[in-house]
Design a protein around this ligand. Structure first.
Ligand SMILES: Cc1ncc(C[n+]2csc(CCOP(=O)(O)OP(=O)(O)O)c2C)c(N)n1
Length: 325
């Protein structure tokens, strides 16, 4: 699908909004305002935004944990206010402030996530099976990291998804490291997309810093899934700009990433690259892009104020949540 100007600017706006939310939470951690730690997703916005912005509202998304899924949430039309409030442990958060990390909005197909690496796969498989049985053409897009690709759950799920031709798109954020483990020491091939060949499904590699490349690959895989032809795997080569996580004991000395590598990837910031492309191709002027940035910044500042002013959840909230039935 060729995107028109408004759609292209929506992608740009969504990446900026995701970046501003991420920065707000990183700052919140430093200032002691957040309820938990945070895995910043700065640098990887093109994957979540490009993969989610033009899905249907009733498609399901399993967000990757990086940025706790803010780029996916924003792409899917979710609320930055509820997202920040949740991370600040406030009762206006998407899980009433008791989850801290998870965004849940069933009306937009955001059914939550899980901190356990690899748990995305069986859950997404179940959602895809439900979608197929419902027969309404819904698709599941399951995002995960390069580290997660080594969990056995991916292979169990991909095997069944292929056998049953389930409507699922696997999108790997390959940021080259799983916490401190370089992918080259954990996976014997250059491309994670090669896994797809084992199952006889399409496997493609795209530049994860190029929001249009991600969008086009995901849309092609979504069309295949909606047509009943089953799953696909898309590997996005990307990078995280910050440490593995903020707000955990300082183990930065264990970061194996060479500073020159980090700097080289920062020059490939997906937001900067897309801005340059939009101006170069005459889609927008720098002034238009600056205005979008100012609006995004103001929106997220307001969302932060809302979260800070919101009350903490009442402890009694837990009474009705500990046991089912
Ligand atoms: C089963 C399990 N093992 C370990 C962890 C701790 N942990 C959280 S994120 C992470 C790295 C995952 O790497 P990857 O899937 O590549 O995603 P990335 O963090 O690089 O975005 C680890 C080991 C966990 N949450 N769950």
């Amino acid at each position: 699908m060729a995107l028109d100007k408004e759609q292209l600017l929506t992608l740009y706006r969504n990446m900026l909004r995701a970046r501003r939310v991420d920065e707000t939470i990183v700052k919140g951690i430093a200032e002691g305002k957040t309820a938990s730690f945070f895995h910043s997703g700065q640098g990887e916005e093109a994957v979540g935004v490009g993969g989610c912005t033009f899905l249907r509202d009733d498609d399901y998304v399993y967000a990757q944990h990086r940025g706790h899924g803010i780029a996916h949430v924003i792409g899917k039309g979710g609320s930055p206010r509820q997202f920040i409030a949740e991370h600040f442990g406030k009762c206006t958060g998407s899980c009433l402030g008791i989850a801290a990390n998870h965004y849940v909005e069933p009306e937009r197909g955001m059914l939550g996530g899980a901190g356990t690496i690899g748990s995305a796969f069986p859950l997404s498989l179940g959602w895809a099976l439900a979608a197929k049985k419902r027969g309404a053409g819904q698709v599941v897009v399951c995002f995960f990291g390069d580290g997660a690709s080594n969990r056995g759950t991916l292979h169990e799920a991909m095997n069944l998804a292929t056998l049953w031709k389930l409507p699922i798109v696997y999108v790997c954020h390959n940021n080259l490291y799983a916490q401190f483990m370089p992918i080259r020491d954990a996976f014997p091939r250059e491309d994670i997309a090669d896994i797809a060949a084992t199952y006889g499904i399409p496997g493609v590699v795209v530049d994860g810093q190029d929001v249009i490349a991600v969008h086009e690959a995901v849309q092609a895989a979504v069309a295949r899934a909606r047509a009943g032809d089953g799953p696909s795997l898309i590997e996005c080569k990307t990078y995280r700009f910050r440490a593995h996580a903020e707000g955990i004991p300082d183990v930065s000395h264990a970061d194996p990433r060479p500073p020159e590598e980090i700097e080289a990837w920062k020059r490939r910031d997906p937001i900067k690259l897309f801005a340059e492309k939009l101006v170069r191709q005459g889609v927008a002027t720098q002034e238009e892009l600056d205005r979008i940035d100012a609006e995004a910044t103001a929106e997220i500042q307001e969302a932060e104020r809302f979260a800070l002013e919101s009350p903490l959840p009442e402890p009694s909230l837990l009474d009705g949540m500990l046991y089912a039935g």
